[in-house]
Design a protein around this ligand. Structure first.
Ligand code: HEM
Length: 415
């Protein structure tokens, strides 16, 4: 039994550096902790990392014992005061995305957001996904070799969520830039030119202003899009105010495209790396659904999220004091040998269920069904148009230092 002092600062902990040393392959490190110390303190993250599926589930089921208020990664180095202030208030004073809300506020907002992501709504949107995927694959096919992340994965995921929300096309580029600027600030690891940090923060202020303007516009001029629906026709007469919708728009854009783009990169990379390559997907012996689920399990695009203990708690065999910060390692749960047979092998055979790539409990991913359809549609469109897809030889794809996101920098493919 280990008893922490709360923050864990007095403990030596384990050297886990998902921004540096363990960035490309965190799983080799994690394979050494599942048996020895499945809940360990990582000084670099200033958090208690929870790596076993059953321990993560126990935390995610206990909404009273753990808060998500502070669930995002924090910059490792201090931001200049004015940048820190803009970074805290760009959505509006005290305003946070649904993922950072605890009940009962979380339940009220989430109930209205759910209307855009029911199975019926996802099915109705599939033809739009197919049309976007087909257009981008056709464009990519003009070159024999192309870089998959920037040519297909990012523009596809971005356009899909923007079309659902009703974001004007000329703003897609800004939405991407603002999302990247948010990453730069949230995951900042080293001292950086303050002028650049200011530029990122000002980008976020613009993002907040854009979201408010579009929500105001859709209140006055409703259109056939999700933003209008959240303002006008929520479930059982519940709608959200302009301010409430404006706060959630950046979250939907950010959460809706970054993870899907990453997932596509990983899925394609792992399948193309396998001995049989792309052929089983084209022939249908590996289904698009099976491939997507295995990709999500094998290298979960959102590797983890934080929680804060709201009282003294026990996680695994570790006693943690109120205020302790914990990191739920969703990706590690997918490689937990107690939950999955042969967890280190990429095997899209329809037996990938039980992964925690979309989290669990009240914060279970709002867009899980939507993302699954989006990824499946993309795989099908690529397999149909590019049956001979291979990796460009000689590359060793690397991950960006944006933990807990798992984003490949580049993936060069040939068709
Ligand atoms: C492969 C793609 C995706 C992955 C791997 C993913 C993963 C996750 C995970 C693990 C969580 C739980 C976080 C936590 O417990 O702290 C989450 C929450 C969330 N996701 Fe996703 N997500 C994906 C796609 C999407 C899409 C397409 C949307 C579109 C709107 C979306 C919106 C959200 C939102 C709003 C939340 C917060 C929900 C809440 O707190 O109630 N995600 N996602």
């Amino acid at each position: 039994m280990i008893v922490s002092n709360g923050s864990g600062r007095l403990l030596e902990g384990r050297h886990f550096d998902p921004y540096g040393e363990h960035r490309d392959d965190p799983y080799a490190f994690l394979s050494g902790v599942w048996d020895d110390e499945p809940v360990f303190y990582a000084p670099l993250l200033d958090a208690w990392c929870v790596s076993r599926r059953e321990d993560i589930l126990a935390v995610l089921k206990d909404d009273g014992g753990f808060s998500t208020r502070d669930h995002n990664p924090r910059p490792k180095v201090a931001l200049p005061d004015d940048v820190a202030k803009m970074f805290k208030t760009w959505r509006g004073s005290g305003a946070v995305g649904v993922g950072s809300l605890d009940p009962p506020e979380h339940s009220r907002i989430r109930e209205v957001l759910n209307i855009g992501f029911t199975p019926a709504r996802v099915s109705a949107f599939e033809p739009t996904m197919q049309q976007i995927a087909a257009g981008l694959v056709e464009q990519a096919a003009m070159e024999d070799d192309f870089e998959f992340i920037s040519t297909f994965a990012v523009p596809y995921a971005l356009e899909v969520i923007c079309r659902l929300l009703g974001i004007p096309e000329e703003q897609y580029g800004n939405c991407r830039r603002w999302s990247e600027q948010r990453i730069e600030l949230m995951m900042l690891q080293q001292d950086t030119d303050p002028a650049l940090l200011r530029e990122y923060a000002q980008g976020l202020v613009e993002f907040g202003a854009f979201a408010r303007a579009i929500a105001e516009d859709r209140l006055a001029n409703p259109q056939d899009d999700l933003i209008s629906e959240l303002l006008h026709s929520g479930k059982s007469g519940n709608t959200l105010s302009v301010a409430e919708v404006a706060v959630q728009i950046p979250t939907l854009i950010f959460a809706g495209h970054m993870t899907c783009a990453e997932a596509l990169g990983t899925i394609l990379y792992q399948q193309l790396l396998s001995p049989e390559g792309w052929r089983p997907v084209v022939e249908g012996t590996v289904t698009a659904h099976g491939l997507v689920e295995e990709g999500l399990r094998f290298d979960s695009p959102l590797a983890g999220m934080y929680r804060t203990a709201t009282r003294d708690v026990v996680v695994g065999d570790v006693h943690l004091m109120e205020g302790s910060r914990l990191l739920m390692l969703f990706g590690a749960a997918g490689r937990d040998g107690r939950a999955h047979a042969c967890p280190a092998a990429f095997a899209p055979n329809g037996k990938s269920s039980g992964h925690l790539a979309f989290g669990y409990g009240i914060h279970f991913c709002l867009g899980a069904g939507f993302a699954r359809a989006e990824l499946r549609v993309a795989v099908q469109a690529i397999a149909a148009r590019m049956p001979g897809l291979t990796l460009v030889p000689g590359q060793a794809p690397k991950y960006r230092p944006v933990f807990p996101l798992r984003a490949l920098r580049e993936l060069h493919v040939r068709h």
